[in-house]
Design a protein around this ligand. Structure first.
Ligand code: ADP
Ligand code: MG
Length: 444
């Protein structure tokens, strides 16, 4: 039976070839035509707010364009939902609050704030106070064990506590990918979309793994847009800044930098001490002063390792029912396997130098040759040469400078370090933080 195609059907048919079958069936097909208002606004009706939000954000301009293609004089678009959604679901939370899906150990209260992570901590708290408004997305990055996952869960815990009905979703990028693959296989993309695109806050851990994974990036791109367009908060963690993720598509790189990007540095001595104090206190164990400073000075790289050593010590001390002693620590620390880390990478060096000398990191690549900028830039080049395997031209490229400029910068820095004691201490400290002197420390 041939029915006459309405104009709306023709619009749908125009857009249909640009979408996957599944997307079409899930999103565009269920939308109905309502009317065209006097102000040339096309009014449509979606069965629920998920479809409404998705179609609005993903297909809004395509619909208006398609309408024009078939000769309709349309200025804008309005999509309403069929019926107000039942409030029942929301209310039931009040009587039967779901347990928090976040790790109860990873709370703000248990996060020790120091110079290395204070900015990340403040940004995470701002997200809790004003989700979707303060920084969107918030992008946190650091090497392993610096507290990214901890902060993501802290955000989740905190939001869940203040409003249990808020839909806060935490997922690692790897799980996101696996779930997507499963959903494709079982023809279940609709609920996959529903799950992520209806979140009020989406926390995505270790995003770097989606680099080079095209389909996952595509899917995440749409998830990101659907949420961001509706002012929903997105928080992302990564092991590096978006530019340094191999195979990450440009449109994701640019979106990731829309909000705020914060890096978390390896802990400085004070923060390490504070963390040891806090953790031993939580465990109800007394940490003698010499033990505390031995651990803090001999472990550099990350907080997870600091925690690991402390836990081992506590377990041993309990086992033999004695206090933790310096000897015990030497044993534990000396026995650690030391995989040689592959170093900090040019990007981390630039960020660390920029932070230390209080210049915006972008200035290091700029054509600005004032002393305030060229000094730190030369130091960064010098550290790149020392701490990475990059060639002079590679370093040059990453600073948008010629390799001879790099060579000059390195020489200049060497001179300055010989002449300026204070500067040398500062740069040595910076280097130690970027590239912990494991090998020598562990041979004692
Ligand atoms: P990342 O995700 O950056 O690899 P994690 O968040 O998993 O690091 O942190 C590793 C461990 O160190 C966790 O047990 C976490 O609780 C702890 N940790 C990290 N940063 C801090 C901090 N500032 N204060 C207290 N504990 C921390
Ligand atoms: Mg993590």
């Amino acid at each position: 039976m041939a029915t006459k195609m309405t104009k709306w059907n023709r619009i749908q048919a125009t857009i249909r070839p640009t979408m996957s079958k599944e997307s079409y069936r899930n999103w565009l097909a269920p939308v109905r035509f309502s009317h065209v208002a006097a102000d040339k606004r096309l009014h449509l009706v979606a069965p629920n707010s998920d479809v409404q939000g998705w179609v609005e954000s993903e297909l809004g301009s395509a619909i208006v364009n398609a309408a024009r293609t078939i000769g309709m004089d349309i200025r804008s678009l309005a999509i309403e939902t069929e019926a107000p959604e039942p409030r029942l679901v929301q209310r039931s939370f009040e009587f039967d609050p779901k347990p928090s899906p976040f790790n109860p150990k990873y709370r703000f209260e248990r996060f020790v704030v120091g110079a290395c992570n204070e900015f990340a901590h403040a940004a995470a708290q701002a997200v809790v106070t004003r989700p979707g408004q303060a920084y969107n997305p918030l992008y946190l990055y650091s090497g392993v064990g610096m507290g990214k996952t901890h902060l993501l869960h802290a955000i989740g815990n905190s939001l869940h506590r203040s409003d249990p009905s808020m839909r806060v979703t935490y997922i690692s990028a790897e799980e996101f990918m696996n779930e997507m693959i499963k959903s494709i296989r079982f023809n279940n993309m609709r609920s996959f979309h529903q799950r992520f695109r209806t979140a009020d806050v989406l926390l995505v851990d270790d995003i770097q793994i989606i680099g080079s994974k095209e389909r996952t990036q595509e899917e995440f791109f749409h998830t990101f847009n659907a949420l961001h367009n509706r002012g929903k908060q997105i928080v992302i963690s990564s092991d590096s800044d978006p530019e340094a993720i191999p195979g990450l598509v440009g449109r994701l790189k640019s979106r990731f930098s829309w909000g705020l990007m914060v890096d978390m540095l390896p802990p400085d001595l004070e923060t390490k001490m504070a963390i040891l104090d806090r953790k031993s206190e939580e465990a109800g164990v007394l940490l003698p002063e010499d033990v505390r400073s031995y651990i803090a000075t001999h472990l550099h790289s990350n907080i997870r390792e600091l925690e690991g050593v402390l836990n081992t010590l506590i377990a041993r001390a309990q086992f033999i029912n004695r206090q933790i002693t310096l000897n015990m620590v030497r044993n534990v620390v000396g026995g650690l396997p030391r995989p040689q880390p592959d170093g900090p990478g040019i990007d981390r060096i630039k960020h660390a130098v920029a932070t230390e000398f209080k210049v915006p990191v972008a200035q290091l690549d700029a054509r600005n040759n004032t002393r305030e900028v060229s000094g730190p830039r030369q130091i960064a080049m010098y550290l790149c040469k020392q701490l990475t395997n990059a060639s002079l031209s590679e370093i040059g490229r990453s600073f948008k400078k010629h390799h001879t400029t790099v060579m000059h910068g390195i020489r200049k820095t060497e001179e300055n370090l010989t002449a300026d004691e204070k500067l040398r201490v500062r740069v040595d400290d910076l280097r130690a933080r970027l590239d912990p002197p494991h090998s020598s420390a562990y041979q004692q």
